[in-house]
Design a protein around this ligand. Sequence first.
Ligand code: MRU
Length: 339
Amino acid sequence: MRSIFWDNGLKLIDQTKLPEKLEIIECRNIEELADAIKRLAVRGAPALEAAGAYGIALAAREREFETVDELKDYLRKSAKFLASTRPTAVNLFVGIERALNAALKGESVEEVRELALMEAERLAEEDIERNRKMGEYGAKLLEDGDTILTYCNAGRLATVDWGTALGVVRSAVKEGKRIKVIACETRPLNQGSRLTCWELMEDGIDVTLITDSMVGIVMQKGMVDKVIVGADRIVRDAVFNKIGTYTVSVVAKHHGIPFYVAAPKATFDWGKKAKDVVIEERPREELIYCGNRQIAPLDVKVYNPAFDPTPLENVTALITEYGVIEPPYDVNVPKILKI
Ligand code: MRU
């Protein structure tokens, strides 16, 4: 099942309910979609790319418009509104811009609506296609019997389908390789324990859950052959991914364990450097409560960044739909991705 799709309206899996409940919700307007994005009902960079594009299609259908110019103005405003929901994953902006630019070519209200939805549907198809390609390239790096450590959720749920980092695992398993996964729980929102473990178990892929603080011991004990993670934005000197990824990369480097990042071309923002990227800071409540249980003093000072930059020198290779890119990245990324 796709994590996000159009079926007489915009539907998505509410990822906050997993693993207890697989629930599909409908976003009836862009306010509801913005709320779904902010509370991480839909999340993961490529899924946000699709959400942004479908958001424009949704905005175009929200109400009646007297003229095509009135609709186009509303779409431009809606694009800004949707882009203000989360700052770090560049894919959200890519998706919004793609659907907006397609829609603005329309000459009637009906045509604008159709063009926006067509572009969102095309983008969703392309996401699945590129994940499959990335999976095929990445699977060549995995050997029969490998144990892969992954962080956060870069699977089906974080994309439209198949996944980036977990797509590589899925492709290797499909080729007949016996692959095991170690999933870090990914505090504070537990995308690893809630989502990665759930979706791998659904597919019958061997997964073992650890807390984030156990990364050191599993590497020390020789239990990890390779690390594969996804990305929210890749700039000229760093990969931005879920908070804690940088720590994993440092420990992997210390133990000589290959550290791979799987991400589509749309995640590359090659004109920028780490200092240019805004790291989302999330509400203090995420650290003070675990579910309904209070786990810290209510008035404690809190720092809760959602992402961190992993320097590119810690990355063994980048797995993309155009192939596996090895260092030197300043030469090979523009050459292979043509950016
Ligand atoms: O805050 P989230 O859950 O949206 O963060 C997601 C991640 O950090 C993923 O690893 C990243 O988006 C890659 S998903 C293929």
